[in-house]
Design a binder for this molecule. Structure first.
Ligand SMILES: C[S@@+](CC[C@H](N)C(=O)[O-])C[C@H]1O[C@@H](n2cnc3c(N)ncnc32)[C@H](O)[C@@H]1O
Length: 222
């Protein structure tokens, strides 16, 4: 099997796939609320109502960013600032009250600030070094910031015969991540310097469809 590095992967048709769903809304049956298991706007409203000076939400692999624009509109508070990052510049038009979109890879972009909420809705499936992304996210959270993302641990594989699954789950847990295998969701509360004892080897963009039905990327580690 030929493993791709992250630069080659980002040019792959699996990652640039036009058929993938980049249009999720904030709520509803195809919305961020359902996929993340949290009502993003309610989380934000709650913090602002409790007197927070500001609230920063980062959404990695944000697609069109419709959910972000809807959230800004719904919360309607200038203390809220939202950043959406995606490799592909296909961002929705519309009023951008407090919302900025960045065209960049989530694996190389550097925020230079901390976030109260970081999400990634069905984006980790397309990243090569998924564990690097998890470690980066942990370092970008505020002290009590929340991270939630969709992740299928079956897409993180060993190079050799020695299974990774149990070691991976143990390592993630020990570094403060919670993984819900049934819902294929990962999360954490609070910032940390995360060290995971695995070396990234490359990605397979020919892995085929994952549980979402779309072709996804397998990531290999030693
Ligand atoms: C299935 S879509 C989900 C988009 C959005 N979160 C939604 O639910 O509507 C996955 C997104 O990940 C983006 N993506 C893939 N690789 C990326 C990378 N390395 N950095 C940033 N975005 C990436 C794709 O361009 C695509 O917009």
């Amino acid at each position: 099997m030929r493993l791709l590095d992250d630069v080659a992967l980002e040019r792959s048709s699996v990652v640039a796939n036009n058929a993938m769903n980049r249009q999720r809304r904030l709520t509803g049956s195809n919305g961020y609320g359902r996929d993340l298991g949290i009502d993003v706007a309610e989380v934000i409203r709650g913090r602002l109502a409790a007197g927070a000076e500001s609230f920063r939400w980062l959404d990695l692999c944000c697609g069109s960013g419709k959910a972000l624009l809807e959230c800004a509109e719904s919360v309607g508070d200038d203390r809220l600032r939202i950043t959406g990052v995606d490799l592909v510049d296909a961002f929705a038009a519309g009023p951008r009250r407090g919302v900025e979109f960045v065209t960049a890879s989530a694996l190389t972009w550097e925020p230079g600030e901390r976030f109260d909420l970081i999400t990634c809705v069905h984006g980790l499936h397309y990243l090569g070094d998924k564990l690097k992304a998890l470690a980066a996210v942990a370092s970008w959270l505020t002290e009590d910031g929340l991270f939630v993302a969709n992740l299928d641990l079956a897409a993180i594989l060993p190079a050799g015969d020695r299974p990774l699954d149990r070691r991976l789950r143990t390592a993630l847990r020990s570094q403060g991540f919670d993984y819900d295998g049934r819902r294929k969701r990962i999360g954490r509360r609070g910032a940390a310097t995360v060290t995971l004892p695995f070396t990234y080897l490359g990605a397979d963009d020919k892995a085929g469809p994952n549980y979402t039905g779309q072709p996804a990327v397998h990531s290999y580690y030693r």
